[in-house]
Design a protein around this ligand. Sequence first.
Ligand SMILES: C[S@@+](CC[C@H](N)C(=O)[O-])C[C@H]1O[C@@H](n2cnc3c(N)ncnc32)[C@H](O)[C@@H]1O
Length: 349
Amino acid sequence: MYCKKFGELVQGICTTSLKRDGAASRRRVFSWTSVCQRRTLLLNRRAYPAVQLRPVPNHVRACYASQSTVDPDEVKKFQALASKWWDEQGEFAALHSMNDLRVPFIRDNLMSVHGVRHPGKPLAGLRILDMGCGGGLLTEPLGRLGADVLGIDPAANSIGTAELHTFRDPELQGRVTYRACTLEELSQGLEGEGGEVGEGEEESFDAVVASEVVEHLADLDTFALCCGHVLKPGGSLFITTISKTNLSYALAIVAAERVLGIVPSGTHDWDKFITPVDLERLLESNGFSVESIQGMQYNPVSAGWSWTQSTSVNYALHAVKRKEEPPPGHTQTGPAHTGGRDAPPSGHN
Ligand SMILES: C[S@@+](CC[C@H](N)C(=O)[O-])C[C@H]1O[C@@H](n2cnc3c(N)ncnc32)[C@H](O)[C@@H]1O
């Protein structure tokens, strides 16, 4: 597969160089950005020749999933690394430092939607689902901001690590909990690997977070459907993931995995990456409005993350579950409230 991708990569570079030779005669300047933009456009055109987006009203949406989000090989990979989650210099170091961006991104967008009710604990009163929580690297800081957070992950060993770590912090007791299950199991109240059988969590969360998870799932339609099912109307969905471009192949797979060893080799499969355009289409057709998309970049020298305009490799997305539209002929009485929904998310657009 990688040979094929590498071939396409080389072909992309060559095509661009040749075109430039013709158009701009003697200039032989190579630009990764243009290669990636062209490749992304091509992929999008192939995937969606002339698709018109037609939002599916929430009331006709099926509330159960027929497919699974689980790719057993992916879960196995993370099961094997379950003891490494809290090693800040280890395999998950880049996820530790990503908290510098993703925690404020989630906090600020939720504060702009819900307002600050408790200074010092800005997310108090909110219920958040951290889907694919791993060892709880993001679950814990969200709990420290005052939210009630449920972390779920099909890798039971990771959930064990997360529980053990959270147990050490009395501030998080009762506020941060974990369950070894998938989103679809939670959504339907089915039994997870931990043996729990619960009520289906219909419309019970103010926010769902899926950070660095969607690129490990088997089925994104099921993911989007179940997110819509467990979120309250007007609830927020936060995703961080990797785009599907030539540059993401070069940086996230070749450089990060094979050359620099920032993450273990085989962590990512380029075929499972998704461009912001495709992710937005998926979410919009599953009852969400995408509010903001922001590029993120990793600096291997400082081992830190920063925001960038470019979404060609890593990016963060905030979407909101649309509220049910009133039936035709219904006239609204009283003033229309936006509940702050129309306010732009602070600082990240
Ligand atoms: C790269 S880790 C991210 C962990 C955590 N979100 C973080 O950023 O610290 C990907 C996680 O997704 C989990 N995962 C894989 N398939 C999943 C699925 N179908 N449903 C939920 N989580 C899944 C893995 O077990 C792993 O813990």
